[in-house]
Design a protein around this ligand. Sequence first.
Ligand code: BD6
Ligand code: ZN
Length: 318
Amino acid sequence: MGELATEKHVRYILSVEKRKDDFQSVVMEHLRMNGAYWGLTALDILGKLNTVDVDEVVSWVMSCQHESGGFAGNVGHDPHILYTLSAVQVLALFDKLDVLDVDKDLKSGLTISTARHDRGLYFLSDEASSRFSYIAILCLSLLHQLDKINVEKAVNFIVSCKNMDGGFGCTPGGESHSGQIFCCVGALALTGSLHHIDKDLLGWWLCERQVKSGGLNGRPEKLPDVCYSWWVLSSLIMIDRVHWINKEKLIKFILDCQDTENGGISDRPDDAVDVYHTYFGIAGLSLLEYPSLKAIDPAYALPVDVVNRIRLGKRHAI
Ligand code: BD6
Ligand code: ZN
């Protein structure tokens, strides 16, 4: 089995940040904020966040903020909850959450629409889904503002997305899918509500996602994909059932998806690499306790030291 090509991945991630005019960057232009979060978090897990210019990143992030308080995927685009979370996560990575004027942002709408919605949380999006509920709950947790919403109602909405197979869907009655399960388990973990989960039933559904090659798929009968290493593993860790999968085989599958020449990780062996799968592959390896990687928190999707700093910050504020 090969090893993690750390130096090559660092070079690949830095080169994606700089490239502006090739095909992949054009396609990614409107979700550049997510790309920044994936690339920078991956660098941090690899211990290489010091290779980027903090002030440059922070001022670009802030130039994507709108009057409403929400963030866009890039300068000149519309704000959305998805990019707002990535922006807050990037600021958290650099310990720069204090550049946000949270009280002003809250008043101007960053979370007010969230607080009003009874079933779940809208929050700069026009549909209710367990995915947006998780994103809003995580964003508010990072800003120490979870008390601004009706957590009980949000939890009830998440629980209403639970299925007979132990999994969760996007909305009540929606098919179980590993990505949605991650969102629901994450939201329940962040709100101290994991008792709503049948851990053995869900753990069984999740560990059945491991296929012969060692990789994990997102739903029954689908091909394995490196990014599911994250969605499935993080959920298994949060419900304390990660020992139900074969860790060694999964590590081998992720390492087999590396481009050992030019850096980067793809969804499956021999496919083209992208920064999304590079991040989720490295984050998956961190959850698998691969040597020399920083530990990542499964619910916050941020390095454990960043999460601890934020938790400590709250204690100081009280
Ligand atoms: C996310 C979702 C919720 C909460 C936090 C999150 N962090 C990351 C995500 C995943 C989500 C995202 O960042 N939203 O802001 N996904 C994507 O951005 C990808 C981008 C993409 C498109 C095409 C190819 C590779 C990456 N995306 C929009 C997707 O639909 C990907 C596509 C894909 C990746 N591999 C195979 N297909 N799928 C995906 O993210 O599935 C996981 C998922 C699905 C539903 C809810 C949550 C997670
Ligand atoms: Zn994928």
